[in-house]
Design a binder for this molecule. Structure first.
Ligand code: MEV
Length: 420
């Protein structure tokens, strides 16, 4: 039987105990995660191969969100973030989601779009049809650039052409659609776009200018859904409040930006943990949120006939398992083995569910007690540590700080002194 990601009391364990629990869940050898701090860390030589002018490394907290059940499979989800509460909130929402059977995610084929801009065309309408006439030649030339991708069943398979009526001139934009399989795909599609430029110029009589992928990867969509029984949320009144909170995000771009930022708290943390490109994912998400001309929520929330809360998310997720930092960074590789994913599509299924969970956590807390109570609890613990508390004293001092209403270092020092 597969193991459950519902590990009770996980958040109260020490990091060593948490590592042990992750090892057991993942079937790693006992003590494997001890290597996190040494052998599984990025070294300066590898870092220098990743980017330029490297003078050191920058550490970030690496945590685990528990409780995820996605498409009937349990997952522990690695998340890298500097923001407190994100990982805990995500795991809590995943626990609520389990009450309704967990998340169900579906993704499209991993299709990326390369854009080729053709300028200085005298007869753009005629040139547009000429491109379609030569479609097979263009696809064949594109696919010659990546025999490996084609042997895996991927490659360029379609073309779409538009005339863009811009200033100071009309130009053509050609979209090359490429199934990139388990790659993020930027390299593959950019190479193809550059390779077919000359032939496009020959066909159109124009001049090719830009040849680059689009981060609005709307042919590579991930969708996830969840049903949370009203009882798990504290009753139908809470469901109704969540619907009103969602209505705010759905209708007001100022709120939608924050709502979607909360979603990306979860998504970007997984994207970073797996060595993927956070900016590509964020650009795609926000552009997609604006696809109908007005910026809106990436999620939807509704109530079903039983009064239960039903949520969905839909966004482009250009995530890869091969190439780039995913292949080089030891912790990115570790993240993929913790997730035990076998395809980029499976990684997108998980990541979409994490975004939905993060949003569930946010709308629930915002529609009920507000975010500050939880933040203050954490803040109070940090202040207690800054004042010199350690071990069990941290919780005691933090509690007294909250009760006093003065969450300050001088107050924490005063409380500590009284305790001695
Ligand atoms: C904070 O990082 C994220 C939230 O602001 C998201 C939201 O408002 O929905 C809590």
């Amino acid at each position: 039987m597969s193991k459950s990601s519902r590990i009770s009391g996980f958040h109260k364990m020490s990091p060593a105990e948490q590592r042990k629990a992750v090892e057991e869940f993942c079937g790693f050898q006992a003590g494997y995660l001890e290597k996190m701090d040494q052998d599984l860390s990025l070294d300066i030589q590898t870092a220098s191969r990743m980017v330029e002018n490297v003078i050191g490394l920058f550490e970030m907290p690496y945590g685990i969100a528990t409780n995820f059940k996605i498409n009937n499979k349990d997952y522990l989800v690695p998340m890298v973030t500097e923001e407190s509460s994100v990982i805990a909130a995500c795991g809590n929402a995943a626990r609520l989601a389990r009450e309704g059977g967990g998340f169900f995610s579906i993704v499209t084929e991993p299709v990326m779009i390369a854009q080729i801009q053709v300028v200085h065309i005298k007869n753009p309408h005629y040139a547009l049809v000429r491109i379609y006439e030569n479609k097979e030649r263009l696809l064949a030339l594109a696919n010659e650039q990546d025999p490996m991708l084609c042997s895996l069943g991927g490659g360029a398979f379609d073309i779409e052409v538009r005339i863009v009526d811009a200033q100071p001139q009309k130009f053509l934009v050609i979209h090359l659609f490429v199934n990139v399989k388990d790659a993020m795909g930027a390299n593959a599609v950019n190479t193809m776009a550059e390779a077919i430029a000359l032939l496009i110029e020959e066909i159109t009589g124009g001049e090719v200018l830009l040849r680059i992928l689009s981060n609005l990867a709307d042919r590579r969509l991930a969708r996830s859904m969840v049903r949370v029984p009203k009882e798990a949320l504290g009753g139908e009144e809470v469901v109704d409040k969540i619907l009103l909170a969602y209505a705010f995000a759905a209708s007001d771009p100022y709120r939608a930006a924050t709502h979607n930022k909360g979603i990306m708290n979860g998504i970007s943390a997984v994207v970073l943990a797996t060595g993927n490109d956070t900016r590509a994912i964020e650009a795609g998400a926000h552009a997609y949120a604006c696809r109908n001309g007005r910026y809106t929520s990436l999620t939807t929330w509704e109530k079903n006939i039983d009064g239960d809360l039903c949520g969905t998310i839909e966004l482009p997720l250009a995530l890869g398992l091969v190439g780039g930092a995913t292949a080089l960074h030891p912790k990115a590789k570790l993240s993929l083995s913790i997730l035990n994913v076998s395809s980029a599509r499976q990684l997108a299924e998980i990541t979409a569910a994490v975004g939905l969970a993060q949003n569930l956590a946010a709308v629930r807390v915002l529609a009920t007690e507000g975010v500050q109570k939880g933040h203050m609890r954490l803040h109070a613990k940090n202040i207690a540590v800054m004042a010199g508390a350690s071990g069990p004293a941290i919780d005691v001092v933090a509690q007294k700080l909250i009760e006093s209403g003065k969450i300050r270092v001088d107050k924490a020092k005063e409380i500590l002194a009284e305790m001695l």
